[in-house]
Design a protein. Structure first.
Length: 471
């Protein structure tokens, strides 16, 4: 692409140089023709004036006083010298010979008549007049030839001037055409180059955006420049990330299986021990078994939460989309946490409207249970927890409100991050801080958003917005 305008510009300047050379040659020819015409005009004028002066003064005074022979000779020789210098070709020699002959005869007559005395005899004067008459006859023919040559040179001069004008006009047109073509070609190449770069950049940007998501990079940037190199690096990084994600998934699954199996065995052993006669021998033993079961349950929950987060982050979590009534799911979630709320005399109020949504029923139930558990955990005893909804047209907003200690603005920005727990009331909380993070990931997986509205000492309202139709 770089060579195309370069080649065209070289061709254009070569043509332009040829035109300049041609115009320069025409200018030289025009100058030469102009000098020839000027000198012939001067010599013709000199001859005409000289002949007129010879005739007039000879007839009147028998002596020529107006023209000095030496001056005439000098002027005629200068004109002839210039004419010979600018003569275009040897064929011009006949004209110069005629001019030289006329100049010589006039000089001879001027010299001869300059020597005439007033008392010269009539016979001598008559002889001079006869000589003058004889001289005038061939002069008329030669003068006619000189005039014809002069006219021919004027025609050549006009032709040279016209040709020069045409070439100058052609040079202007070619210059304008060359500049216009150069601009058009430059703009066309620029558009072509920008389109190529823009398209390749779009592919590169798309791949860069896909890289964090873990999705495969299917499109590739063509070429062998820096953009193609960067795209190749992105594809290599995508491959490495895919291998790392697969390895992490394998590790998590192996770890979860290896942890869950002995923990579940321990849970079964604890339940058996709790049901055996040995458990009734002391209150301390019963409490220890209950504590063991709770701790084992927390570990199982941690493993399950980690597996859920890993699947959501890697994009391997599959949603089973169905249509259901959000009010029914809210009631089921309240039933799931009713025992936990009852231990602290917390009233659960269902204000969710009847709304049909398309989503993964079990995942939405999990979100509601996590948010309700969080609200019950932070609510004071005997304080109510409200679950309500608001129809937004194409989506629905679900809110879980409590009368807990609230959350300051700084903590609100990180409350949905992993391993973050609210300790506004200064009390230590149980759990690992994964529940809200899982809620955010599940709702985002459905194309929705989550948030919290709270202020210190004024309770908190956790909410999520869920599209009525899945994607």
């Amino acid at each position: 692409m770089i060579l195309i305008p370069l080649v065209l510009q070289v061709a254009f300047f070569a043509q332009f140089f040829m035109l300049v050379e041609k115009i320069e040659a025409l200018n030289q020819a025009e100058i030469r023709q102009s000098l020839i015409v000027d000198n012939i005009n001067k010599l013709t004028a000199l001859f005409t004036i000289t002949w007129g002066t010879i005739l007039t003064e000879t007839l009147e005074s028998n002596k020529i006083r107006a023209i000095d022979p030496a001056t005439y000779k000098r002027l005629s020789e200068e004109g002839l010298a210039t004419l010979k210098k600018v003569a275009p070709s040897p064929s011009f020699g006949q004209l110069i010979a005629n001019v030289e002959e006329l100049a010589a005869r006039q000089y001879d007559l001027l010299t001869e008549f300059d020597d005439t005395e007033p008392n010269e005899s009539s016979v001598a004067i008559f002889a001079k007049y006869r000589k003058l008459k004889l001289t005038l006859r061939p002069y008329m023919k030669k003068a006619l030839y000189v005039n014809q040559a002069l006219d021919a040179e004027r025609v050549k001069l006009n032709a040279a001037q016209e040709e020069g004008r045409k070439y100058r006009q052609s040079m202007k047109l070619q210059l304008i055409a060359g500049i216009t073509l150069d601009i058009i070609l430059t703009l066309a190449l620029l558009v072509f180059l920008l389109n190529g770069i823009t398209g390749r950049l779009a592919v590169l940007v798309k791949n860069a955006r896909l890289l964090p998501s873990g999705e495969p990079l299917r499109a590739r940037v063509s070429g062998h420049d820096e953009l193609a190199y960067l795209d190749e690096v992105l594809h290599q990084a995508s491959g490495d990330l895919a291998k790392a994600a697969e390895y992490r998934k394998s590790v998590m699954e192996t770890m979860s299986h290896d942890l869950r199996s002995p923990i579940q065995s321990a849970m079964i052993a604890a339940e058996i021990l709790q049901a055996s006669p040995l458990a009734g021998e002391g209150e301390r033993t019963v409490k220890q078994i209950e504590g063991l079961k709770r701790n084992l349950g927390r570990v199982v929950k941690l493993v399950e939460d980690n597996l859920t987060i890993d699947k959501l982050e890697s994009g391997t979590a599959e949603l089973e989309i169905s249509r259901f009534n959000l009010q029914d799911i809210a009631a089921e979630a309240l039933d799931s946490v009713a025992a936990q709320a009852g231990t602290r005399s917390i009233e659960l109020v269902n204000q969710v409207d009847s709304t049909i949504v398309e989503a993964d029923r079990e995942r939405i139930l999990q979100v509601l249970v996590n948010l309700l558990t969080n609200a019950i955990k932070h609510s004071p005893a005997s304080a109510p927890v409200y679950v309500s909804s608001q129809n937004l047209g194409h989506s629905v907003k679900v809110m879980i409100a409590d009368d807990g200690p609230g959350i300051d603005p700084e903590q609100q920005t990180t409350v949905f991050d992993r391993f973050q727990q609210n300790s506004q009331d200064g009390k230590a909380r149980q759990g690992f801080g994964l529940g809200l993070a899982i809620c955010k990931m599940l709702i985002s997986h459905h194309g929705g958003t989550v948030g919290v509205t709270s202020a210190p000492g004024k309770g908190s309202t956790f909410w999520f917005i869920l599209p009525l139709k899945y994607r």
